[in-house]
Design a protein around this ligand. Structure first.
Ligand code: FES
Length: 155
């Protein structure tokens, strides 16, 4: 029940920040959690390595809504690198704890945000490359994008 959630979590659940879809977004991510069936979708607009705007839509529990709200609130206006360094413990700490069995909820928005940033970076590489004519060429760009994500997450 929602009664186990603390006050701050309930506040984010009842007044979630950054709900919706970013206008003129340039990155998109969507993650489903097979265990509970919850789904989180995130759109971002990134300019000069800064997350200028970020919004979410969630089909899920109160924990998923509150943590998505927190993830977008923390990431907005920050660098891509900082956003990629955000982990589930940061989100749980920010909220002052989540009920047992609800900790996985905070991973949903984090993963969706990582995917949105990946999407942005991959599209940037695709645009720089110009014409993509082979699967191998695409796979190389996808691999380079993944490496870039890992590098930024550790910077
Ligand atoms: Fe699965 Fe909340 S119960 S995301």
């Amino acid at each position: 029940s929602t009664l186990e959630y603390n006050e701050l979590t309930m506040e984010h659940f009842e007044n979630p920040r950054n709900v919706g879809v970013v206008k003129d977004g340039n990155g998109y991510g969507k993650i489903g959690e097979p265990g509970c069936g919850d789904i989180c979708e995130i759109t971002v607009r990134i300019e000069n390595n800064i997350i200028e705007d970020i919004k979410f839509r969630v089909y899920g529990c109160a924990g998923a809504i509150a943590t998505s709200s927190v993830v977008t609130e923390i990431a907005k206006g920050k660098s891509m690198d900082l956003a990629l360094q955000l982990n589930d413990d940061d989100v749980v700490d920010y909220l002052g704890g989540l009920p047992e069995g609800k900790k996985h909820c905070s991973l949903l928005a984090i993963k969706a945000m990582q995917q949105a940033i990946y999407d942005y970076l991959l599209n940037k590489r695709l645009a720089q490359e110009g014409q993509i004519s082979t699967r191998t060429q695409f796979d190389r760009l996808a691999e380079e994008t993944l490496q870039e994500i890992l590098r930024r997450a550790q910077s």
